[in-house]
Design a protein around this ligand. Structure first.
Ligand code: ADP
Ligand code: MG
Length: 478
């Protein structure tokens, strides 16, 4: 029998607000344990939550970007359960009337095919604290710094049909929240994590099979591994005549396996009810319109603009736009040098990204700011220096604060474009290498590169190579 995989993802995104969703405590990562906590986060009785407006604005932004409906009225609910990292005994979340409802996202697979994935809802909720099991032997420590950090939980329709699609969808959401600047998306720090709901059914069957939910996935690679593993396990069971138990499983990346965590709970196990401490959230159309107007250009629009307005090669346009910070750097460079966008793109994709990879830094920490790169490239464009010398200067600029113009002047690197002085050297070279000259005349055209190289060497690379080419051919044919 052949089986079809059905997947729905629940992605948790930590929103990049300064303070928590219901208190004024800081959300900064890596502070000393239990210092970013207010009485609200600690679950003291008698204190009241106050909704953080920024978190609401970010959720609306996301909803608009996926063409969802923004609920003009939404409700916060208490999801009751006991766990040491949840001091209140309930998590404030949204069940009925989430802030974002319905929407979709287009993903692209490796073979180029495109597919629409439906998004059921996205709701606001608070993160829990953390249990730390490896700090004291035989004891568990609790750090409540994360408690109350705003989360947007994005729930997809069961539209995903393979591990590859799941990974591609997760990457697309990751890219989107970074483009929207609503999350740093840092997966090592837990700002972006996902649960995968997985089931299989015989091809052709319309009802879905029983699903399991795999928790604890914090990388694009793990989402694929975890799903592939889970699909295999489910098919094995079904083909052996066993059935699938609806349960929550944990993915263990070290062992590359999933194991049962708890049997699946239903919504009514949580005794959800509207939180009496929080009024229904009402959002007026004006606010929604204002946010709609402020939405940034997103990936697909950017790629199209790079190709159509800037004449960048498609693969390069996608490469640049993939990382929003790189795209911003690219555009900032173009603000200062707009003659040749493809050249800027080439330099960023090879030279700049080369340094970022080598030094393992993000573009924001890159030493050469857009304006300085632009001035270097302008000097190539106006033939002051060759691109070979420019690459040399680029390396110097990594450690020097001098501008390209200053370095060119200090080192006397202006390109020689004066025909007479180049010609003199050309004649010299052709006299010395008359054998090579004859070979060229006999039709061995590759030898030209050698002769150009000789001239370039004698000018310390300062002659304009195109001109050298021209002059050599002219002299030979004389
Ligand atoms: P719950 O609230 O119990 O987690 P939901 O109905 O909200 O359940 O669904 C959670 C996720 O599971 C959604 O992303 C949904 O698309 C997905 N899902 C639902 N049924 C299936 C199924 N049979 N197979 C795979 N995924 C499913
Ligand atoms: Mg769920």
């Amino acid at each position: 029998m052949s089986w079809e995989t059905v997947i729905g993802l629940e992605i948790h995104v930590q929103l990049d607000t300064n303070s928590k969703i219901f208190s004024g405590a800081s959300t900064s990562y890596g502070s000393e344990q239990n210092t970013n906590t207010s009485l609200v986060d600690l679950g003291y009785p008698g204190v009241l939550p106050v909704l953080n407006k920024d978190a609401v604005m970010m959720a609306i932004k996301f909803g608009l970007a996926i063409n969802a409906e923004i609920s003009r009225r939404s409700i916060f609910a208490r999801k009751n359960y006991f766990y040491p990292d949840l001091p209140k005994g309930y998590q404030i979340s949204q069940l009925e009337l989430p802030i974002v409802q319905g929407g979709s996202l287009e993903i692209q697979l490796n073979d180029g095919t495109k597919k629409e994935v439906g998004i059921t809802r996205a709701h606001l909720e608070e993160d829990a604290g953390k249990s730390i099991h490896d700090k004291f032997s035989n004891q568990t420590a609790i750090d409540l710094n994360r408690a109350g950090t705003p989360l947007l939980e994005i729930v997809s329709e069961p539209d995903i049909r393979s591990a590859e699609e799941a990974s591609s969808y997760m990457q697309k959401i990751h890219q989107l929240v970074r483009y929207l600047k609503i999350s740093d998306g840092n997966m090592q720090e837990g700002s972006f994590r996902c649960d995968a709901n997985v089931s299989v059914r015989p091809f052709g069957q319309t009802e879905f099979g029983t699903r399991t939910e795999v928790k604890n996935i914090n990388s694009f690679r793990f989402v694929e591994n975890a799903i592939n593993h889970e699909v295999e396990r489910q098919i094995d069971r079904l083909e052996n005549g066993d059935h699938i138990i609806q349960e929550t499983r944990l993915y263990d990346p070290d062992k590359d396996e999933t194991r049962p965590m708890r049997s699946k709970e239903e919504a009514n196990d949580y005794r959800y009810f509207p939180d009496p401490d929080l009024l229904p959230l009402e959002i007026d159309q004006e606010t929604i319109d204002k946010i709609a107007q402020s939405l940034p250009e997103l990936f697909d629009e950017k790629v199209t603009r790079y190709i159509e307005a800037l004449s960048i090669k498609q693969s390069d346009a996608e490469e640049i736009a993939r990382n929003m910070q790189i795209a911003e750097y690219f555009e900032a460079t173009l603000d200062h040098f707009s003659n040749d966008a493809q050249m800027v793109s080439n330099w960023i994709l090879s030279e700049v990204i080369g340094v970022l990879n080598r030094e393992n830094i993000e573009i924001n920490a890159f030493q050469i700011k857009p304006k300085r790169l632009a001035s270097l490239l302008s000097r190539v464009d106006d033939n002051t220096i060759s691109s070979k010398i420019a690459k040399n200067l680029f390396n110097q600029m990594l450690t020097s604060a001098d501008s390209a113009d200053e370095l060119i002047k200090q080192q006397g690197l202006e390109q020689i474009t004066d025909e007479d002085s180049i010609n003199k050297i050309v004649v010299e070279v052709l006299n010395e290498f008359s054998d090579q000259k004859d070979q060229y005349l006999e039709g061995k055209e590759q030898i030209l590169g050698f002769l150009v190289g000789q001239v370039m060497q004698r000018t310390q690379g300062k002659a304009n190579p195109r001109l050298v080419n021209e002059l050599i051919i002219r002299q030979i044919k004389n």
